[in-house]
Design a protein around this ligand. Structure first.
Ligand code: TRP
Ligand code: SF4
Length: 361
């Protein structure tokens, strides 16, 4: 059966290759060498794209481009979300104009989060962490429910370009609220081009691809009124949960939040699901399986930048030279150092975030 993607569903993917062939997502390989400074591209975590060529060209030739992405303010900001943050910041360092949308409408519609609460989460969880991780003003930040007239005009005009049957074909079961948030997301993505066509990249988890496809179709159909370049996208694989299964905001044991007390975070690592064997003897003999280990994953995605060090971790594991207890301790140490540093930066970033949002009013 074909993989189906539900952007409002569980976000679990069985087979990324299959997804790529079914939906026409291009492999990222051709860009790996040129952008190997980016850990996610280098390690194949960003595995696919649509029209990344335009973006690569902009970066390499230092031409203007837009990095646009959105966040659903619905819970703690964890290491899964950090992936997007790192990409936003990377694009900014490559010269992109940054647009970040807080999808408070979507959080209200699909997660039942009151708008005031969504706003607080967007500020204290997302924006604060983005700034602490290195995002620098100026950038454009807005809430879906209080943005500008031209954005709404665009969204409303977009509604005419897509039929109900198309929406059903893309999303399956759909409600009025979901239709609105889908079209709003298309406006999120395209409105940076209201002032003129610009290559735009949207770094997302692959669960967002239905929205990207919809937006690309709509962009083409809006040619009568707006001149816009179809948005490009990059897709990353999801991190798995620390407790096995998926990483989910509704299960705190499955993730490490960037605000978790270092002690709590360390405990989560110490009790995480690994790729270790049932007994020490077995592990010494057969070695562990880093590719099904959430501790290794945390290091590969976030905690170990140096490829040689990561390779060492893998080799020690696979050869049975190290047991999970010791290996987890190493990882917990790296995590602790990161969190202490990060949480220090959050203090000033928090003030800055609040000020930024007050200025939007
Ligand atoms: N739907 C996205 C999510 O669930 C959030 C989002 C809103 C978004 N607008 C966007 C993502 C525009 C990318 C581009 O996380
Ligand atoms: Fe994971 Fe480390 Fe155990 Fe290998 S030794 S399975 S990398 S915790």
């Amino acid at each position: 059966m074909a993989e189906r993607i539900d952007p409002w569903g569980s976000g679990e993917v069985q087979d990324y290759r299959r997804l790529m062939t079914d939906f026409g997502i291009e492999p990222m390989e051709p860009y790996r060498e040129a952008f190997k400074a980016n850990r996610y591209i280098r390690r194949g975590i960003i595995f696919g794209h649509r029209d990344f060529g335009r973006i690569a060209d902009s970066i390499l030739k230092k031409k203007p481009y837009v990095m646009m992405t959105g966040l659903m303010p619905s819970g703690k900001f964890h290491f899964g979300h950090k992936m997007v943050a790192d990409q936003i910041i990377w694009h900014q360092s490559c010269g992109a104009s940054v647009y970040v949308c807080a999808a408070d409408l979507e959080a209200y519609v699909v997660r039942n989060i009151p708008l005031a609460e969504a706003r607080e989460i967007a500020i204290t969880e997302y924006l604060t962490n983005y700034l602490a991780l290195g995002l620098k003003p100026p950038f454009t930040f807005w809430f879906q429910t209080d943005y500008k007239v031209p954005y709404y005009r665009l969204r409303d005009m977009m509604s005419k370009e897509v039929t109900f049957n198309e929406l059903k074909a893309i999303y399956g079961e759909i409600t009025t609220g979901k239709i609105f948030s889908a079209i709003t997301q298309s406006a999120d993505i395209l409105h940076p081009q209201l002032s003129g066509p610009q290559p735009t990249v949207v770094p997302v988890g692959v669960d967002q691809d239905p929205h990207i496809r919809l937006t690309r179709d709509i962009a083409a159909r809006m040619a009568h009124s707006y001149k816009m370049v179809a948005p490009s996208a990059t897709y990353h694989t999801f991190m798995s949960g620390l407790s096995g299964g998926k990483m989910s905001s509704s299960n705190p044991a499955s993730y490490i939040a960037l605000t978790d007390a270092p002690e709590v975070a360390k405990k989560k690592v110490m009790s995480a699901k690994t790729g270790g064997r049932a007994t020490v003897e077995e592990q010494k003999k057969l070695g562990g399986v880093p590719d099904s280990c959430s501790v290794y994953e945390l290091c590969r995605y976030h905690l170990i930048e140096d490829d040689k060090k990561l390779e060492e971790m893998r080799a020690k594991c696979e050869s049975g030279m190290i047991m999970c207890g010791e290996c987890k301790k190493n990882c917990a140490g790296l995590l602790e150092r990161f969190l202490i540093e990060h949480q220090k930066k959050r203090v000033e970033a928090g003030r800055q975030a609040r000020k930024l949002v007050e200025e939007l009013r």
